[in-house]
Design a protein around this ligand. Structure first.
Ligand code: COA
Length: 155
């Protein structure tokens, strides 16, 4: 499993993987996520590509891109509630179903940690949806811990 930064030629394949992640979210919370993968969502990959604060990492096996991660360097100034913040946000993340449980996600997180360390960023964060038990199991196996929760109640 090799992980590297994407080239522009990889972006169509990255979009196939983004669509798959979107489908997981639609299936898990059809009350929140829009079904399909609208043109606007497809085009977002080019905004990410053009943004100097974001990079796209891809995992490749036998020449096939099987996973991706959007790495977003976020800096937030101090405000009345919080100190200044500086972290790497893993904005979108997924591995092709046909390539799961082969270490692609583990290799992507190892890459993200190295990427952050090289930029002097000391913390990586991400958010995930509670229904997504597979993702939670992976993130916990990779060493992530929960530091904040969103809660809801039906009325
Ligand atoms: C979550 C996801 C990225 C994991 O990718 P992966 O390449 O299969 O993960 P790895 O092979 O690196 O897994 C490493 C370890 O994590 C744990 N793990 C990974 N997926 C798991 C699952 N579905 N259930 C339980 N544990 C899991 C295991 O401990 C695994 O080690 P093992 O295979 O030796 O048992 C992948 O399942 C995925 O893309 N899911 C759909 C999209 C998604 O949920 N993206 C995240 C949105 S927040």
């Amino acid at each position: 499993m090799n992980v590297r930064l994407a080239t522009e030629a990889d972006l169509d394949r990255v979009n196939e993987l983004r669509r798959m992640v979107n489908d997981v979210h639609v299936a898990g919370r059809p009350d929140i996520f829009k079904a399909g993968f609208a043109q606007e969502l497809q085009d977002r990959i080019y905004e990410i590509w053009d943004d100097p604060e974001q990079d796209i990492a891809v995992a490749e096996k036998d020449g096939v891109i099987c996973g991706f991660a959007i790495l977003h360097h976020v800096t937030r100034p101090e405000n009345p509630f919080m100190l200044e913040r500086d972290y790497l946000d893993v904005d979108e993340f997924g591995v092709d179903e046909a390539y799961r449980r082969q270490g692609a996600a583990t290799a992507l997180i190892a890459f993200a940690r190295e990427y952050a360390a090289q930029k002097g960023i000391r913390r990586i964060e991400l958010n995930m949806w509670e229904f997504n038990e597979g993702a939670l199991a992976f993130y916990e196996a990779a060493g992530f811990t929960t530091y904040r929760r969103y809660m809801e109640i039906s009325v």
